[in-house]
Design a protein around this ligand. Structure first.
Ligand SMILES: *Cc1c(COP(=O)(O)O)cnc(C)c1O
Length: 352
């Protein structure tokens, strides 16, 4: 017997590269190219030593949960906040996926799901997307221990309509269904209203993409009060105070400025549509995106080759050496200037 026999061995999630080199164009981890709301900067400057000396507010009663509750017209006890939606999702896996039956999620999806399932020893069954990369709803309507998928799905950007989500939630009332809406603010329709009708639905969102605050690590879940209570019980059994006072304060400021939020999401969507046309003209094909990225394949040049050559131009996009998607690139939508530089580099690489 060796001590290593008793180690919880995991194959960790691999995030996109975070190159420290200056002056690169970073289109590989779906960050927002615009700054957070102006009041966030102002509030940052007011952060005092008191905010460091004191413990944060109780996790379920913070300035942030209060603002989110107002914004989404739900009660404060219907909101769970965490250190990015990764923290929220990990806690939700731990709390809700305790069946002997496998949880279900797609083969092409956020690659953290199987990592959490392995970490917590949750059985899972992977359901292949159809040939157009769409989720087949029937796959999620049989017996299972729980359901999770992003909507829009990542990294495809494909949106499922709320009626189909309702069918899935309805068919699974004996388990918890988690919809990961990390990219919902880029033109999708949220299934949030369904939480009033179904107490087994948990909707998870994040400040990392549409609110331009990936570095502050803020995520949240909204659902029935009972679901949220169970989540808080589990959280209080691991580490009660995970979010720090500055993050709670600036998160609340961000939610107050809806005009700015809509403005930056609108700009990203407009850029996405424009760049989409230019990519098509260069021979790329991709499903219609409802996110802040485009998941594209080229008609003749392999994705890996384009990926490597873009790096030589100091432009970073995301590529996976993974079955079914190895000939695709996920390109985050940046500013118009960044995307112009991308298109110029692609023209050179493709000889157009
Ligand atoms: C980015 C992302 C997350 C997590 O983001 P956080 O920064 O932890 O909030 C969760 N799910 C999907 C599908 C994502 O793309």
């Amino acid at each position: 017997m060796k001590w290593e026999d008793n180690v919880r061995k995991v194959v960790p999630y691999v995030p996109g590269e975070q190159p420290q080199k200056k002056g690169i164009i970073k289109l590989n981890t779906n960050e927002c190219p615009y700054p957070p709301a102006p009041m966030v900067e102002k509030r940052m400057k007011e952060i005092a030593y008191e905010d460091l000396r004191l413990y944060p507010e109780f996790p379920e009663q913070t300035s942030l949960t209060a603002e989110l509750a107002k914004y989404y017209h739900v009660k404060e006890n219907q909101i769970f906040v965490g250190v990015g939606s990764d923290d929220v999702l990990a806690m939700a896996f731990l709390t809700f996926f305790n069946s002997d039956k496998p949880i279900v999620f797609p083969d092409i999806t956020y690659s953290f799901y199987d990592v959490w399932a392995d970490l917590y020893r949750i059985p899972y069954e992977i359901k292949p997307l159809d040939e157009n990369f769409c989720i087949r709803k029937e796959d999620y309507m049989g017996e299972n221990g729980g359901v999770i998928f992003p909507n829009p799905n990542a990294p495809t950007g494909i949106l499922m309509d709320v009626n189909t989500i309702e069918e899935i939630v309805k068919a699974n009332q004996d388990v918890v269904v988690i919809i990961d809406e990390a990219y919902i603010d880029f033109g999708g329709v949220s299934c949030l209203p369904l939480i009033e009708k179904y107490d087994n639905l948990l909707v998870v969102q994040t400040f990392s993409k549409s609110r331009a605050m990936a570095g502050s690590r803020i995520g949240y879940a909204i659902g029935n009060e009972k679901l949220i209570r169970y989540l808080n019980d589990a959280k209080y059994s691991v580490n009660s105070y995970t979010m720090n006072r500055p993050a709670l304060a600036i998160g609340a400021e961000s939610v107050k400025d809806d005009a700015y939020f809509k403005e930056i999401c609108g700009k990203i969507m407009a850029t996405r549509e424009r760049v989409g046309e230019e990519l098509k003209a260069l021979g790329f094909r991709f499903p219609k995106s409802y996110s802040n990225f485009i998941f594209a394949t080229h008609e003749s040049v392999p994705a890996k080759e384009i990926f490597e050559k873009l790096k030589e131009h100091d432009i970073y996009v995301r590529h996976w050496n993974k079955e079914r998607i190895s000939n695709y690139l996920r390109i985050t939508i940046g500013t118009d200037e960044q995307m112009d530089a991308l298109i110029a580099a692609l023209k050179e690489i493709l000889g157009k």
